[in-house]
Design a protein around this ligand. Structure first.
Ligand code: URA
Length: 210
């Protein structure tokens, strides 16, 4: 299977991302921009959702109109920065269910440890979209997908804002069936495993905890 990578290079996404990268952008603006990019990414990610025709009546005549088919999707936010993208996704897909996965990196072993996991019980009948703005080493993304797959979602897509080549490779290696959607592919990771040029710590910038 050839893993799928979608680079969403729409000019609006790129411009908003550049504003987010600027170190003097406030938390309030950063949050607003992430939500706006979330909406634009949601538009791309949902492009292939199946539709079905249902009869309706316009003020002028009956017609068969397209509606989304199947159950509402599940948006899974990887805490805490995933919540920044979630806001935008929910604006566009307000009926989506929401799951959360909390992971932290053990400072000694560097292994991702789960501290929170909650998804809808019937996730096996729903398409899911996993949200995490920064795909850096890919370790937490792989751990989150390993855990999520135990619940057998109907399908999974992974969405981020910035991806490092190292993270893409790692995620593709362990989950080649999960398409990655990203607004940018940056140069590399630095020695502290931050994406460069990047935008810094997405969670800290979102929530003002710098
Ligand atoms: N997480 C972040 O928030 N920023 C990075 O650059 C890498 C991981």
């Amino acid at each position: 299977m050839t893993p799928k990578l979608v680079h969403v290079d729409h000019p609006l996404v790129q411009c908003k991302l550049s504003l987010m990268r600027k170190k003097d952008t406030s938390s309030a603006d950063f949050r607003q921009l992430m939500a706006e990019i979330g909406m634009l990414l949601a538009y791309e990610v949902t492009r292939d959702l199946p539709i079905e025709l249902r009869p309706i009546e316009t003020p002028l005549m009956p017609m068969n109109a397209p509606f989304l088919q199947g159950k509402d999707m599940v948006l899974v936010s990887i805490l805490r920065a995933g919540n920044g993208l979630l806001d935008g996704f929910l604006k566009l897909v307000p009926t989506a269910r929401v799951g959360h996965i909390g992971l932290y990196r053990d400072p000694r072993t560097h292994v991702a440890v789960e501290y929170y996991f909650k998804v809808p019980q019937d996730i096996d009948t729903r398409d899911t979209v996993v949200l995490d703005p920064m795909l850096a080493t890919g370790h937490s993304a792989v751990a989150a997908l390993d855990r999520l797959k135990q619940t057998k979602p109907k399908s999974i897509k992974f969405v981020c804002l910035l991806a490092a080549p190292e993270g893409i490779e790692y995620l593709h290696e362990f989950h080649p069936d999960v398409p990655i959607y990203t607004a940018a592919i940056d140069e590399k990771l630095n020695d502290k495993k931050y994406i460069v040029p990047g935008l810094g710590d997405a969670g800290d910038r979102l929530f003002g905890t710098l």
